[in-house]
Write a protein that binds this ligand. Structure first.
Ligand SMILES: NC(=O)c1ccc[n+]([C@@H]2O[C@H](COP(=O)([O-])OP(=O)(O)OC[C@H]3O[C@@H](n4cnc5c(N)ncnc54)[C@H](O)[C@@H]3O)[C@@H](O)[C@H]2O)c1
Ligand SMILES: O=C(O)C(=O)C[C@@H](O)[C@H](O)[C@H](O)COP(=O)(O)O
Ligand SMILES: [Zn+2]
Length: 373
């Protein structure tokens, strides 16, 4: 029998993250009682999976509708959210009805946001189909869309009713999309669970092959461990009053890269560079050792993820970073490490340090940390 792991997320309404293989038939139990209509939101790439989900839900007695949304980041717009509000309105969705999201993090962020806002909040069950969405986006109730000014600038905290992680779905992923998702697993390792880093470091070849990884015990353990890290944090601080900020490690710079690149970079790839940037910032601020910075570069490079960025975009990056949600007024705030598993905040760093850290990751630049090696 396929092994199933369940992680419960604490909160006002606790919910389960179920991790296993070939689990698609298990959506109905997560919907709870009283639901009659269900909208299944998915991109074209997941149309076949969504059809299976629709058939299962109809067979279980639900009135189930499908709604196809644009792929990836193009889904996270006010226009697409308005399209879904229209679909819900036309089909008379009430507060006892529900949304099921089938797709990567862009789909789960969008569908979660629409669920949070329709009638001021209906249930959403998340069925993440990328490794990134399984370990991060679908868990924790952060939902949102982008605006022209930046990433995730409009959103709501709206925890799901349940999350179903079917690792079998990952075998069809493009290799780079798969490893991009591993960046968030590596993030969980650096902020909270060193065993994650050890497992990744020992299994790089396997993890660069989505089909092989999808069937492995290593991936099951990595997904479970990363979900445990996320569940532990969001269970204590859903609304990001303080602790939850640690999940934003690497995101201040990473989100800025995504915006400057007009979302042509995958989120995980941008977070990969963002983690190296902030590791360098912490080193330059005297907080982090050379070894841990080198470990960032080594593990991310081994996975095939980027650790450098073009060197001629500082003004645009800085302006995007000012709109980061951790900023307070003119104060830029970063999550930095003082060691593996020891995240702290660095508030209002000297601007010369910000530029110096950029020089350390800029393509073509000679790194001072490289010189000292
Ligand atoms: N809410 C949160 O806490 C949170 C956390 C992390 C990331 N995010 C957000 O998640 C998004 C990134 O998510 P992502 O990396 O999953 O990207 P994504 O949703 O853009 O998916 C990446 C690509 O993979 C394809 N895909 C999805 N499942 C597939 C499958 N099983 N087989 C083949 N192809 C498949 C998609 O169609 C897409 O082209 C970003 O918008 C990011 O901001 C949110
Ligand atoms: O769950 C969180 O909190 C995170 O910060 C997780 C991040 O990986 C994720 O990308 C999140 O969407 C970023 O949130 P934002 O508030 O910086 O937009
Ligand atoms: Zn992220």
């Amino acid at each position: 029998m396929t092994e199933v792991r369940t992680v419960t997320v604490a909160g006002e309404r606790p919910y389960d993250v179920v991790i296993g293989r070939h689990l698609l038939g298990e959506i109905a139990p997560l919907l709870g009682t009283g639901v009659r209509r269900v909208l299944v939101v998915h991109p074209a790439a997941l149309a076949t999976t969504a059809d299976t989900v629709l058939e299962d839900l109809r067979a279980a007695g639900y009135e189930a509708f499908g709604a196809e949304v644009p792929d990836a980041e193009a889904a996270k717009t006010a226009q697409v959210a308005a399209f879904l509000w229209g679909v819900l309105g036309q089909a008379d969705f009430t507060r006892s009805d529900a949304i099921v999201a089938v797709g990567g993090g862009a789909t789960t962020d969008l569908a979660g946001f629409v669920a949070a806002t329709w009638l001021r909040g209906i249930q959403v069950v998340q069925v993440p189909t990328t490794v990134l969405a399984m370990v991060d986006a679908a868990v924790g109730g952060k939902t949102g869309i982008n605006t022209a000014e930046g990433k995730n600038l409009v959103g709501a905290f709206h925890p799901p009713a349940g999350v179903l992680c079917d690792l079998a779905a990952l075998s069809s992923m493009a290799p780079f999309d798969f490893v991009a998702g591993l960046a968030e697993i590596v993030k969980a390792g650096f902020i909270a669970d060193e065993r994650i880093l050890e497992l990744v470091e020992a299994n790089v070849a396997l993890l660069r092959d989505p089909a092989a990884a999808a069937g492995s015990d290593v991936l099951l353990e990595l997904v479970e461990r990363a979900v445990v890290v996320k569940a532990d944090v969001v269970g204590q601080d859903l609304r990001e009053a303080d602790l939850r900020e640690i999940l934003n490690y690497g995101h201040t710079f990473g989100h800025a890269v995504e915006q400057v690149e007009r979302y042509q970079w995958r989120h995980g790839a941008a977070v990969s560079v963002g983690m190296v940037y902030v590791a360098e910032l912490a080193r330059l601020a005297g907080r982090l050792s050379d070894d841990v910075v080198a470990r960032h570069r080594a593990v991310l490079t081994a996975l095939g993820l980027p650790t450098t960025y073009r060197g001629d975009r500082w003004e645009q990056l800085l302006s995007a970073m000012r709109r980061d949600k951790k900023s307070r007024g003119d104060l830029l705030r970063f999550v930095v490490l003082e060691g593996v598993g020891r995240p702290v905040r660095l508030e209002g760093p000297d601007p010369t340090l910000l530029v110096a850290a950029y020089a350390e990751i800029a393509e073509g630049a000679v790194r001072s940390s490289a010189i000292s090696l």
